[in-house]
Design a protein around this ligand. Structure first.
Ligand code: NDP
Ligand code: OXD
Length: 320
């Protein structure tokens, strides 16, 4: 029998977190959890809502009465580029905890490279007592943030609190107090000033392969860190990993911190693992808190059902 109010859940997240969060989420509403094998062949017609992260490809055919699709993450490339989606609103996940986590990760990476943490960790393993000097201050280093959306804007603010000189780049010009910003056309000026490049861009047809050899060559050489550093937590599809490796080996880049990769998980064969000036995290910069995700979906469903507009609706033409 079709479920007229049901929420279909298809989240490739840690299973225990989903099961636990579903104990209290969506009170009074049927929930069809596709992670439960009992729902494998279930009729999904009638269900108006789906909350998805890399869902089963057949989901959108089977759930043919959907009214709203909720992304389980802030990024939506996992659905926009992978499926022929029905012409419905796609709502992405925007949440304080996710934003805070991302800014923690970004600030941590910038401080890691500023303070030579990777080199000191290497020395510690070798029991070497050797101080690196001179010690640059955050104010001597310009961090250029690409992507000034929800995550980029928060990261910019927190990097400034740490004392970094921060500049930002986005498709359309953004105004952020105390931060010089550039629009798409200002990319050369932006890159030429940047010592640490932070990628917080969505993956779209315009941003695929953007972080490549030609872009790294335009970053400032000879700044306070000596060589520029690349930090990316946006999407791996925006980076050309062979070019990152070559840039690190040739000294075009002095270091990198990468949370996202062209293929995830990163292959054990990737040369990136073996580079000692690279810090790798497994797409863990800012995990979606499942309970917060469900609360956000509940809020949006309440708005939708009371005739208010949905928030955080993706611009399908722009791809984010
Ligand atoms: P938003 O949609 O709020 O912001 C996107 C920003 O990117 C905007 O400033 C936008 O410009 C800019 N942008 C998009 N396309 C272009 C382009 N072609 N040229 C220049 N700028 C562009 O997204 P969020 O800040 O919420 O998230 C950003 C991304 O972070 C997500 O899409 C996801 O891929 C990634 N992410 C990664 C996580 C992780 O754990 N590694 C966790 C969460 C998200 P404009 O302001 O002009 O629109
Ligand atoms: C997201 C992510 O988009 O986890 O939220 O990458």
């Amino acid at each position: 029998m079709p479920d007229q109010n049901a929420v279909v859940i298809d989240l490739k997240f840690a299973r225990s977190g989903v099961v636990e969060a579903l104990k209290t989420a969506f009170p009074g509403r049927p929930v069809i959890d596709m992670g439960d094998p009992a729902n494998a062949g279930r009729d999904l017609s009638g269900a108006p809502y789906a909350v998805v992260w890399k869902p089963d490809p057949s989901l959108f055919d089977r759930a043919r009465d959907l009214k709203v699709i909720f992304s389980g993450g802030a990024g939506v490339d996992h659905i926009l580029s992978a499926y022929t989606l029905p012409d419905l609103p796609v709502v992405r996940f925007v949440d304080r905890s996710l934003t805070d986590r991302m800014s923690e990760w970004v600030v941590l990476q910038c401080l890691t490279h500023l303070r030579g943490v990777l080199a000191y960790a290497r020395q510690q393993r070798e029991r070497v007592w050797n101080e690196f000097s001179p010690q640059p201050e955050a104010r001597d280093v310009t961090v250029g943030v690409m992507g000034l959306g929800v995550l980029g804007e928060d990261a910019v603010r927190k990097l400034k609190v740490m004392g970094f000189d921060v500049i930002g780049w986005s498709r359309r010009k953004r105004e952020i107090d105390g931060v010089e910003t550039f629009d798409a056309g200002g990319i050369d000026a932006f890159l030429g000033r940047t010592d640490i490049l932070v990628g917080l861009l969505p993956l779209t047809p315009d941003t695929g392969g953007l972080y490549n050899a030609a872009l790294f060559a335009r970053l400032r050489q000879g700044g306070a860190l000596g060589k520029p550093v690349f930090v990316n937590a946006g999407r791996g599809g925006s980076q050309v990993e062979a070019d990152i490796v070559a840039a690190l080996q040739k000294g075009v880049l002095g270091g990198a911190s990468l949370d996202v990769f062209e293929q995830e998980p990163l292959s054990p064969e990737s040369p990136l693992w073996g580079l000692d000036n690279v810090l790798i995290t497994p797409h863990a910069a800012a995990a979606s808190d499942v309970s917060a995700l469900f609360r956000h979906v509940e809020r949006q469903i309440a708005r939708f059902e009371s005739g208010e507009s949905l928030e955080h609706v993706v611009n399908r033409a722009a791809g984010y």
